[in-house]
Write a protein that binds this ligand. Structure first.
Ligand code: AMP
Length: 368
């Protein structure tokens, strides 16, 4: 393994959203510079990074410039073109490995990979026309979740379909844009959890405690820790995450989402080869956040302790919910994080906050 990145070195980040912003903050705290590749000027990450290269993610000159200025390159979203990541990887270390990116970009490849490594998922079928939908619905008892294989996020590019209901499935293939699809069995889950785990350049691994996640219309609303699940379930999820890290020869943070069923099954839904929204609570309730852990991992530093010092609930501020900020700031034990987005739009993640549920913190001088 190569030497750890020395303070003063530069880390490249592809993508300029809030996750890139939080990575840039964590990198700065560990003494690193950051350069962000992002076509949108004044993006959330560029406000915190040392420098921005304003260009498309697959611009060859921009990729060469990024490779030249950075000692290691990472990314903050999973739809980075694989060709771009591979080109970079021939010039400079890229973590997580482009293979993880490639696998996570196609829901069929992702679930096939998970299953091949002993990690259970919902049953699924490849769908390339309405006929495939009919056959898959028959196999799954008449209902399922139809999703685009690629470029889906925050519930976009998916719908629940049921045989025989108004609206039916006929024409669904065209309605989804005539692109390759997957039909998944509709999982009657009790709850959704996620595990944020890390693997260092030396192969060491660490996982945060699973969070219980609530989604609305496919968008994460809240993450609660502890998740209120039996230790057996938490352990199964953690072990699946570790198996995945090994199988991908991974370096960095991974976010793995699971369904927990009434029967106690733990089914992986998807993984994100990056820091994850359901791990934002770690910046408030752990000494080492997922962002710092990612930077530690890719820089070849020792992984930090993922232990939690407080119970907590993280909530996203979506669209004009950001107007709640003045009131939230009056609450004790609340950690607020805004993303620096100039324009509020419906469905847009503007920030988040984490309420710590620990013993209330005492002000200096307050009696014990
Ligand atoms: P995804 O885009 O795969 O992360 O899905 C977004 C959300 O839709 C999940 O967090 C679940 O709440 C729901 N969902 C997705 N797939 C399924 C499924 N096969 N069964 C039940 N609910 C699902």
């Amino acid at each position: 393994m190569s030497e750890p990145l020395a303070p003063g070195a530069t880390i490249g980040i592809i993508g300029g959203g809030q996750l890139g912003r939080m990575l840039a903050m964590a990198a700065a705290r560990l003494g690193y510079h950051t350069v962000v590749l992002e076509p949108q000027p004044d993006c959330p990450a560029a406000q915190l990074a040392s420098r921005q290269i304003v260009a498309a993610y697959d611009d060859p000159d921009a990729l060469d410039a990024l490779a030249k200025s950075a000692a290691v390159v990472t990314y903050e979203f999973e739809n980075v073109p694989v060709e771009a990541a591979s080109r970079l990887a021939s010039l400079v270390p890229v973590f997580p490995p482009p293979r993880a990116l490639e696998t996570s970009q196609d829901r069929v490849a992702e679930k096939t990979f998970l299953n091949a490594h002993g990690i259970s998922t919902a049953s699924f079928r490849v769908v390339d026309n309405d006929g495939d939908i009919a056959a898959a619905l028959d196999a799954f008892g008449g209902s399922g979740v139809l999703k685009t294989r690629r470029f889906g996020y925050d519930g976009k590019g998916q719908r629940v379909i049921r045989r025989g209901e108004a609206g039916d499935f006929r024409g669904a293939f065209a309605a989804m844009g005539n692109v390759p699809l997957i039909l998944e069995e509709l999982v009657p889950f009790e709850c959704e959890i996620s595990v944020i785990a890390a693997r260092g350049r030396d192969g060491s691994v660490a996982a945060y405690e699973p969070a219980r996640n609530v989604h609305h219309e496919g968008i994460l609303r809240s993450s609660t820790v502890p998740a209120g699940i039996p230790e057996r379930i938490a352990d199964a999820a953690r072990r699946a995450a570790f198996r995945l890290l090994e199988a991908l020869d991974y370096v960095g943070i991974i976010g793995v989402e699971f369904f927990v069923t009434a029967k106690g099954e733990v089914l992986a839904n998807e993984f994100a080869p990056r820091v994850h929204n359901s791990g934002h609570w770690t910046e408030a309730a752990c000494v080492v956040s997922q962002f710092e852990q990612h930077i530690r991992a890719i820089a070849g530093l020792p992984l930090g302790n993922p232990a939690r010092h407080s119970d907590c609930v993280m909530e996203n501020l979506i669209g004009d919910e950001v107007d709640r900020v003045p009131g939230l700031l009056r609450e004790p034990n609340l950690f607020l994080h805004l993303y620096g987005k100039a324009e509020t739009r419906p469905g847009r993640k503007m920030g988040h906050f984490t309420r710590l549920r620990a013993t209330p913190l005492r002000a200096p001088g307050e009696g014990r």
